[in-house]
Design a binder for this molecule. Sequence first.
Ligand code: CO8
Length: 257
Amino acid sequence: MSYETILVETIGAVTRITLNRPQALNALNSAVLRELIAAFRAFDADATQRCAILTGSEKAFAAGADIKEMQGQSFADMYGGNFFYGYEAVTATRKPWIAAVSGFALGGGCELAMMADFIIAGDNAKFGQPEIKLAVTPGMGGSQRLTRAIGKAKAMEMCLTGRMMGAVEAEAAGLVARVVPAAELQAEALKSAEAVAAMAPLAAMAAKEMVNAAFETTLAQGINFERRLFHGLFGSADQKEGMAAFVEKRPGVWSGQ
Ligand code: CO8
């Protein structure tokens, strides 16, 4: 499939999706959203691909939803047309994916980065939910995911003042997994993605599913869910291979079965 607003490359078992609307700092419009959903679905369905990276340009991961597209919309347009309906398909991706953030990740851009399994940030990254300055609010999960990631105090401050948070603060607050020099962001993200891609795919998928379950359930239910998935992996050929490889002091070779 060919795309107009994103670039999609495969690097071995890693799919790299790059937001590509430089003239608008990668603002997310309906076309970007449609293409992102298609690209993530294609990644999930491709058995040769094991981990994805979503990234933007050096200046901007994404500066938000496209204000020019939204500007003239009425309540009936937005609510009636269910504006941006379907972005949940990105979060429904079952294989792991990483957001590699350089520059601005604002509004919908911050929200999109937070949909990733983890974020690696360049030291020039700036995160924010500045929608309040436009007399609106986060609308793609920011009020919920940011609050879960960094707690009420900072999330509320950011949503109410619109201030941006730099990469160092974002790492300290728990929003990003790791900060790297901006010039090394793509190489570091690729290294991380290759490390994830090298794991047995069923175990990687299960690890993702159980960590995400922590946000949706009680502790006891989450622990039970984890145990059941752990038990279930003993039905996989890769568990046999992984443990045999350890005992035989050699690297495991995964079949994905
Ligand atoms: N939408 C559309 N165009 C944008 C956006 C945007 N979000 N951000 C930047 N651009 C455009 C600018 O208009 C400009 O275009 P032009 O050259 O044609 O005037 C170009 O990108 C470059 O931008 P700037 O000249 O402003 O660049 P600066 O380096 O001076 O500033 C900033 C960079 C600080 C990032 C600035 O561009 C900015 O403040 N952008 C807007 C940030 C923002 O408010 N984001 C939130 C948008 S609302 C949102 O995301 C809601 C999400 C929920 C949707 C839910 C649907 C259900």
